[in-house]
Design a protein around this ligand. Structure first.
Ligand code: IPM
Ligand code: MN
Length: 360
């Protein structure tokens, strides 16, 4: 018998629990096939719990979760709770307290999936974004003064220190070496591109750019380095996504460009992400939200949650199991479901989960 992994599961709100259930099936099938064990422990964090108890997250939540090998999250967001409370109080708080300083978001078009990009197929849309996940505008200082008066002032600063930038870049270089296009047999080079705004944000991205080249030249000479401004990146993500291999960028830019990326890979039904602490406990989630209007109908697409489960296995080191889930998903998108959209798949949520699990 192989290793046993302790997994904390936070099904969360809306359709979160439904898609997580399908993820569990795929994970179990992969564990059985590749001879490891997953022990899943559920946590009820989310909007329902908050409305019931008035507590967003117990004080010791991060400490509890630190005892696990990984966290598998469904969705956070409840129509009965004002926007911002759960996002900040659960999702961002866990990311920060667990120091998940990387947000890894692959942008991969699977066979059979429709992209809004004309003339582009799976061979063109096949890259990953490494988003810095612990700093920047998300945690920078700020405040508002003279609020409500004609003279009110609001400030929210983009703050990065060398430490945050370096650790993110190192992760990105390592990831590129391991999973870049050359490493995956899809190209001649492993290429990491820094996405910034050196022409305007001349302090913050000067730091990023210098660190990028220093670290790259010294420790990763085998990884090719490129630089793009973030606005141009958006253009190329639409026009020439095949140029990209691995992109690394700041928290806010990463947030924005990965929604664009998700749309090009077929939308929120398929886009998966990992909040990663390479030295600690990481948390995997479908990028899409809780989709309240589809809740309980068994029509939401569970593939994003299933793919985030595969990312979790990859990060735990169960690479073959992760690939098996990915291949199963690809077979289902290529040969089975008609669309990724909720209610238009031609199958129910649980049928899609069953098909993936069978194929694994
Ligand atoms: C995401 C989300 C979050 C973010 C929100 C919900 C706080 O948009 O995971 O990309 O901005 O990081
Ligand atoms: Mn986002």
């Amino acid at each position: 018998m192989g290793k046993t992994y302790q997994i904390a599961v936070i099904p969360g709100d809306g359709t979160g629990p439904e898609v997580v259930d399908e993820g569990r099936k795929a994970l179990k099938a992969a564990a059985a096939k590749f001879d490891f064990k997953l022990e899943l422990t559920d946590f009820d964090y989310g909007g329902e719990r908050y409305l019931r108890t008035g507590e967003i997250l117990p004080d010791n939540a991060a400490d509890e979760l630190r005892r696990f090998d990984a966290i598998y999250l469904g969705a956070i967001g409840h129509p009965g709770v004002k926007p911002g409370i759960l996002e900040k109080g659960i999702l961002l708080r866990l990311r920060f307290e667990l120091d998940q300083y990387i947000n890894l978001r692959p942008v991969r078009l699977y066979p059979g999936v429709e992209t809004p990009l004309k003339g582009k197929g799976p061979e063109h849309i096949d890259y990953a974004v490494v988003r810095e996940n612990s700093g920047g505008i998300y945690t920078g200082t700020g405040g508002i003064s003279m609020k409500g008066t004609p003279h009110e002032v609001a400030v929210q600063s983009m703050v990065y220190n060398r430490f945050q930038v370096e650790r993110c870049l190192r992760y990105a270089f390592d990831y590129t070496r391991k999973f870049g296009k050359k490493a995956r047999g899809k190209g001649d080079t492993n290429t990491l591109a820094l996405v910034g705004k050196t022409n305007v944000l001349t302090f913050v991205f000067d730091l990023w750019e210098r660190a990028f080249h220093e670290i790259g030249e010294r420790d990763y000479p085998d990884v090719k380095r490129e630089y793009y401004h973030v606005d141009a990146t958006c253009m190329y993500m639409v026009k020439s996504p095949e140029w990209f291999d691995v992109l690394v960028t700041s928290n806010m830019f990463g947030d924005i460009i990965t929604d664009l990326g998700a749309e090009t890979q077929g939308g929120m039904g398929i886009a998966a992400g990992g909040n990663i602490n390479p030295e600690g406990v990481s948390m995997f989630e479908p990028i899409g939200g809780s989709a309240p209007k589809y809740t309980g109908k068994n029509i939401i697409n569970p593939l994003a949650a299933i793919c985030s489960g595969a990312m979790m296995l990859e990060t735990l080191g169960e690479i073959d199991a992760a690939r098996a889930i990915e291949e199963a998903v690809k077979d289902v998108t290529a040969n089975k479901i008609k669309s990724l959209a909720a209610g238009k798949m031609g199958f129910s949520t649980s049928e899609v989960g069953d098909m993936v699990a069978e194929r694994v």
